[in-house]
Design a protein around this ligand. Structure first.
Ligand SMILES: C[S@@+](CC[C@H](N)C(=O)[O-])C[C@H]1O[C@@H](n2cnc3c(N)ncnc32)[C@H](O)[C@@H]1O
Length: 240
């Protein structure tokens, strides 16, 4: 029985031009499909390798990945308007963003806090803060104060923050109970902690893991938002 051309098979000779054209087209489709398959396998292996390495070796995400963090591609997969929208930041609020990196979410948070509000952007790497400064200048945002500091020593007073958020940061912090205790110190009664994660991040923790970390530190789960590729969970300080 004569079937249509199969991937990798040469076309039949002596066919009419139209059929030859179809065979050529199907070869292009096959080549593309093969290329995509290889790309997927390479991406999968890369992710497995990175995730294994990150299990044992803790270090902050290097500044050169800013190109990806702040790319249109990433914004399409994890839209800042959605992520920051779920945090319910209102005009005049005091907001703290931990680990802003190059600022993929900072601009949106600053716009929502408005000129009466402030975003305190705290990052452990000076290189990242330089990139953040460039992003803010381009966007014309002025209500962000930058701090070179760590999650263990937030440069703000007790109970001074309405919203404390971080995206793809919590799992990079080696001593989570210590950091979470510091988050509790700075949040106002009624304030919210928001933790965002992104599936392609090699440090991606499952929502259940983040919830366990936060609840063990005395936070109360409020809500979870997101898609298959990313999520945001909000918590209040237990008892507030
Ligand atoms: C993967 S990047 C995420 C950047 C940004 N939040 C985003 O999603 O595009 C992690 C960021 O957290 C910062 N970071 C890691 N550990 C930190 C710590 N202990 N204290 C403050 N910042 C930290 C890193 O320097 C880096 O900028």
């Amino acid at each position: 029985m004569l079937r249509g051309p199969v991937c990798g098979q040469a076309g039949l000779t002596g066919l009419r031009t139209k059929e030859n054209g179809e065979i050529a087209m199907s070869r292009v489709v096959c080549t593309l499909a093969r290329f995509l398959r290889v790309l997927l396998v390479v991406f999968f292996l890369w992710q497995v390798l990175l995730r294994l390495v990150r299990r044992w070796v803790h270090f902050p995400a290097p500044a050169f990945i800013s190109v990806f963090l702040n790319s249109r591609f990433r914004r399409a997969l994890q839209p800042p308007a959605d992520v920051v929208g779920w945090m319910d930041i209102r005009p005049g609020m005091q907001v703290l963003e931990l680990g802003p990196g190059p600022g993929a979410f900072t601009v949106e948070a600053a716009r929502r806090a408005g000129p009466q509000g402030t975003v305190h952007a705290v990052d452990i790497q000076a290189d990242m803060l330089e990139r953040l400064q460039e992003t803010l200048a381009k966007a014309g945002v002025q209500n962000v104060s930058l701090h070179l500091s760590s999650a263990y020593a937030l440069p703000v007073p007790d109970q001074s923050i309405d919203r404390l958020f971080m995206v793809t940061v919590l799992s990079e912090i080696p001593d989570k109970p210590r950091a979470l205790a510091e988050f509790r110190r700075v949040l106002k009664p009624g304030g919210l902690l928001a933790v965002g994660e992104f599936l392609p991040d090699p440090d991606f923790p499952r929502p259940v893991t983040v919830r366990r970390w936060c609840e063990a530190a005395g936070f109360r789960f409020v809500a979870r938002y997101g898609t298959l590729l990313h999520y945001l969970m909000t918590f209040s300080v237990y008892g507030n």
